[in-house]
Ligand binder design. Structure first.
Ligand code: GLU
Length: 398
C-alpha cells in the first residue's frame, strides 16, 4: 500500500515513544526511573473527577457544540482575559482534544502549503511535525544559551522572509523551563506587526512558574494589534494532572476562531463531553490540589537542579517554569563508555536507560544537540533515585 508523502515525513513523537518504552519496561518489572514524558505523577483532583461522574450520571453524554460547551468556553475566556488584560469572550474560544490538537487546528487555519513558520530551538518536538503535516515549512532558529534559549528580536528578524506566516513561542518553555519577559515578547510582537505574521503562543505551562516575583506573560497582552494576530494555546493536562482527559483550547480573534471551529467540526466534532464538564470544574472549583502539586514540583525542581550542578561534567540553567530541566552533556560527547562511543545525546540517553535504568529524552528531539531533558513531574523518590543513578553513571565512567 502506498503511504502518503505527509505520512512518510512525520516521525513518531519522540517524547511519547520514549515514555511508552519506559512504561513497558516498568510493566515488565524493570526498575526504571522514568524522567521521560512531561506527565504529572499526581492523580486528577477529586472535585474534577466528581464533576465527570456527575456529568455521566446526569446524562450529559451527547454531542456538544463542536466548539465546546458554552460554559467552558466562557470560563476559559474569563481566565485568559484576567491574565492578558484582553477582553475575550466565549466566541474567541475553541475547546480541543488537548493542546497538541489545538496547535494543529490553529496552524491548519493559518497556513497554506509552502508558508514558513519560525520555530525557535530548543522546541517541543511536535511543532515540527505538525507544520510538516500541513505542507508548510518549519524554519528552525537556534537560540543561544546566553539568551536563556530564547529567541531575540535580532535573531528573529534575520530569519523572516516573504513567506513567513507565523512564529511559535512557548513560555514557560518545554524543554528548557525558561520564561519570556514582557520586554522580550514586545520585541517579537513588534516584528510580527512590522512583517505581518501570526503568533502561536503555547502557554500550556502558564500555571507552573517557580517564583512569586516572576509572572507568566502572554504575548497577546502586548497590544490590541498583537492580541489580534495571536492564538493563545492552553490546556488542562499539566496544571490539573489531566493528561488522559485530553482537553486543550485556542483563544483567538473571532474570524480565526470560526475557521478553527470549522476545521474541528470536520475532524473530531466536539471533544469528549464528560471531559469538558471535568475541565469546567477545574477552572471553577477549588484549586487547592493544583496548588499543592505546584509546591511539589518546585521542591523537586530545587532538588534536581542542585544535584545536577553538583555532578561533575553536567550543567544546566535553573528552570523557572514547566517541569523539565535541560542538562548540557556536551562534555561527555566523544568519550567511550561500555565500549560504546558517545557520539551524541541519543547515545548518552541509550546508555542511561540500558545500564543505569533512567529514561530521559535526548535533545535531538528538540532540535539541538548535546543535551538531555529530565522531566521532574515524577515522584520525589524517583527524582532522588534518578539523580543518584545519573551521578553513578558519571562517577563510574569519567
Ligand atoms: N508534552 C509532553 C512532553 O513533552 C507530553 C508528551 C507529548 O505529547 O509530547 O513530554
Amino acid at each position: 500500500m502506498k503511504i502518503s508523502k505527509v505520512a512518510s515525513i512525520v516521525r513518531p513523537s519522540p517524547t511519547l515513544s520514549i515514555s511508552t518504552k519506559a512504561k513497558k519496561l516498568i510493566a515488565k518489572g524493570e526498575d526504571i526511573v522514568n524522567f521521560s514524558a512531561g506527565e504529572p505523577d499526581f492523580d486528577t483532583p477529586d472535585n474534577i473527577k466528581q464533576a465527570a461522574i456527575e456529568a455521566i450520571n446526569s446524562d450529559r453524554t451527547r454531542y456538544t457544540d463542536y466548539e465546546g460547551i458554552p460554559e467552558l468556553r466562557k470560563a476559559v475566556a474569563k481566565e485568559v482575559s484576567a491574565y492578558t488584560g484582553i477582553k475575550y469572550k466565549a466566541d474567541n474560544v475553541v475547546i480541543s482534544n488537548g493542546s497538541k490538537h489545538a496547535i494543529k487546528n490553529a496552524l491548519a487555519a493559518l497556513l497554506d502549503p509552502g508558508d514558513e513558520v519560525v520555530i525557535p530551538a530548543p522546541y517541543w518536538n511536535s511543532y515540527i511535525d505538525i507544520v510538516n503535516m500541513l505542507g508548510a515549512v518549519p524554519v528552525v532558529v537556534q537560540t543561544r544559551v546566553q539568551d536563556s534559549y530564547k529567541i531575540t528580536g535580532k535573531l528573529l528578524e534575520q530569519n523572516i522572509t516573504e513567506k513567513t506566516r507565523a512564529i511559535i513561542i512557548n513560555t514557560p518553555n518545554n524543554p528548557t523551563g525558561m520564561v519570556y519577559t514582557k520586554q522580550e515578547l514586545e520585541d517579537i510582537a513588534l516584528l510580527a506587526e512590522k512583517y505581518d505574521f501570526a503568533i502561536i503562543s503555547d502557554e500550556i505551562y502558564k500555571d507552573l512558574i517557580y517564583s512569586n516575583k516572576l509572572l507568566h506573560t502572554s504575548i497577546a497582552s502586548v497590544s490590541e494589534d498583537t492580541a489580534k494576530r495571536t492564538v493563545i494555546v492552553g490546556g488542562f493536562s499539566k496544571s490539573y494532572a489531566m493528561t488522559g482527559w485530553r482537553v486543550g483550547y485556542t483563544v483567538s480573534d473571532k474570524k480565526l476562531t470560526k475557521a478553527i471551529a470549522n476545521i474541528q467540526s470536520n475532524s473530531t466534532s466536539n471533544i469528549n463531553t464528560i471531559a469538558q464538564y471535568a475541565a469546567l470544574e477545574a477552572l471553577e472549583g477549588p484549586k487547592d490540589q493544583a496548588l499543592e502539586m505546584l509546591k511539589h514540583f518546585e521542591h523537586r525542581r530545587d532538588y534536581i537542579a542542585q544535584r545536577i550542578s553538583d555532578i561533575p561534567m553536567l550543567s544546566s540553567l535553573l528552570p523557572k517554569g514547566a517541569f523539565y530541566i535541560f542538562v548540557d552533556v556536551s562534555k561527555l560527547i566523544g568519550k567511550t563508555v561500555f565500549d560504546t562511543p558517545l557520539k551524541n545525546s541519543s547515545d548518552v540517553a541509550k546508555i542511561l536507560l540500558e545500564k543505569y535504568k533512567v529514561a530521559v529524552v535526548p535533545s535531538d528531539a528538540f532540535g539541538i544537540e548535546n543535551y538531555i531533558r529530565i522531566s521532574f513531574a515524577t515522584s520525589m523518590r524517583d527524582v532522588v533515585e534518578g539523580a543518584n543513578r545519573i551521578e553513578k553513571f558519571i562517577k563510574e565512567n569519567f
